[in-house]
Design a protein around this ligand. Structure first.
Ligand code: IPE
Ligand code: IPE
Ligand code: MG
Length: 252
């Protein structure tokens, strides 16, 4: 960011969500198997968690496996499942020592029983930590999340426990996997792709988006800080108007 640009005075986001994309291409560009890209992607994930804590981010959500990623070859899917398992087993103690609270969002129904137990253990054992909230979106799809939330609300209505007219935005948000988390102010996608791929459709309604040209394994402190600097230059309006000093047509 050049120093001549206006400082909008916006502070860093409390919640940053990242679509960690480009592991396969990172590997392919180097003549390596895709799995090597995923391995290096895990290193980038670890680095990003440390940087987020360090930069004062309160919530970091990382998209690790989508409900659509089951369409990949079996070997890649099982490698990615193994990588999550490895991460939780190997890093949980260190994360907990760093006061990180771990949350997993996404559907647990299709996960193997051992992975499900591990995920539950990660959440339970870090529940009282007060530092960075690390949210791993695994087997996550926004449409699937909204569908599961809708089913629960419909069951409540069918049982006569809630009146359909009482279903407001808060009631829907309260049924999502993210019910206890603030909405992300910033969504970053690496790899240069400019799509959302079924990520936080409800929660990112007013998020700022940054599409970083780096492949995920190359996402480093400088790339993170650059994204935050860009975010701070954004003008967030939420459907209203810019701050009075910025308005070209002012009110009397
Ligand atoms: C992101 O990298 C990791 C996951 C989606 C699990 P990709 O595996 O999508 O890498 P590209 O997009 O093929 O390069
Ligand atoms: C999005 O990346 C999902 C994750 C990063 C986990 P994909 O690589 O799966 O997305 P598409 O297929 O390019 O949209
Ligand atoms: Mg991809």
């Amino acid at each position: 960011m050049s120093s001549g640009q206006r400082d909008a005075g916006v502070s860093n986001p409390a919640h940053v969500a990242i679509i960690m994309d480009g592991n396969g291409r990172w590997a392919q560009m180097r003549g390596l198997p895709r799995q090597e890209g995923h391995r290096r992607g895990l290193e980038a994930l670890r680095r990003t968690v440390r940087n987020a804590s360090d930069l004062g981010i309160q919530v970091l959500t990382l998209y690790s496996f989508s409900t659509e990623n089951w369409r990949r070859p079996y070997a890649e899917v099982s490698f990615l499942m193994g990588l999550l398992k490895h991460f939780v087993e190997k890093d949980l103690a260190e994360l907990s020592a760093a006061n990180v609270r771990v949350r997993i969002i996404g559907s647990r129904d299709d996960l193997a029983a051992d992975l499900r137990r591990l995920v539950e253990h990660a959440e339970a054992s870090t529940r009282n930590n007060t530092g960075l909230v690390l949210v791993i979106a695994f087997n996550y799809g926004s449409r699937d999340e909204i569908m599961r939330a809708t089913r629960r609300l419909a069951a409540e209505v069918a049982a006569g426990r809630i009146d359909p007219a009482a279903i407001d935005e808060a009631a829907i948000a309260g049924q999502l996997d993210t019910h206890d988390l603030p909405d992300p102010e910033l969504v970053i996608r690496t790899s240069g792709e400019t799509r959302i791929s079924n990520f936080l459709l409800w929660q990112a309604a007013y998020a700022e988006f940054i599409f970083a040209p780096v492949m995920w394994p190359d996402f480093d402190r400088a790339a993170f800080e650059e994204a935050l600097a860009q975010y701070r230059q954004r003008e967030r309006r939420f459907g209203g108007l810019a701050a009075p000093s910025d308005r070209s047509v002012g009110v009397a």
